[in-house]
Design a protein around this ligand. Sequence first.
Ligand SMILES: C[S@@+](CC[C@H](N)C(=O)[O-])C[C@H]1O[C@@H](n2cnc3c(N)ncnc32)[C@H](O)[C@@H]1O
Length: 237
Amino acid sequence: MGNPSAGDWTNSLESQLDYYRARAAEYDEWFERKGRYDRGPEANAAWFREAEVVRGELRSLQPFGEVVELAAGTGIWSRELLPGADSLTVVDGAEEMLAVHTLNVPDPSIQRIHADLFRWSPDRQYDLVAFGFWLSHVPKELFAGFFRLVSDCLRPGGRFFFVDSLYTETSTASDHELAPVESQFQRRRLNDGREFEIVKRFPPPETLRNDLRELGWDVDIRTTDTYFIYGWGTRKG
Ligand SMILES: C[S@@+](CC[C@H](N)C(=O)[O-])C[C@H]1O[C@@H](n2cnc3c(N)ncnc32)[C@H](O)[C@@H]1O
């Protein structure tokens, strides 16, 4: 599929959100390497080891202050953010994800907002904006706009933190085929066989670094050996 022209992303982004709404109940199988995401002991061990590296790096940014987590999903990263946060607000476009989030991270102080991130704007500012496995779902054409949102969420001196996928076959389910790295789209399947097309980008670390610097961010972008790209940044000046 070719890229929709700028401003014509509505259908792709709706399909992407439909996919995550339908996937909410089985979503954690991916991070826990269960079912179709179980890629054997060696690959699984590398996944868990590398995830722990990212968690450790995130912990080193504590104290986080007041935090907003965008596209928080089932709460995999909310759990890591909560202990170092003065407050935690999470935003997600899927009510089904927020329902699982409430079960997985049942802290009564968490504020949950159901909103489409391509339309949402914050009504206050935070010290940290976090987004796990979300940046790869933002089309290239909407990347700068997304970072305007990140900026709008931040107090002066505030930081963002992100983690996302490297282009690695065993990262995804055994019945998913990775589209070419330059494609913005991937075909995804649920346990019941339903299929969806979603946006999924894998910009190389150097490209991401340069793009963010051009947009006025000071960034530190790193990768683990196989599976993850992650980093943090603040606005320049
Ligand atoms: C790959 S998951 C990431 C979840 C979580 N951050 C993690 O690291 O596991 C993408 C998340 O984005 C949410 N999402 C998809 N489209 C969205 C949109 N337009 N606005 C807000 N959230 C959206 C999905 O519901 C899902 O929870």
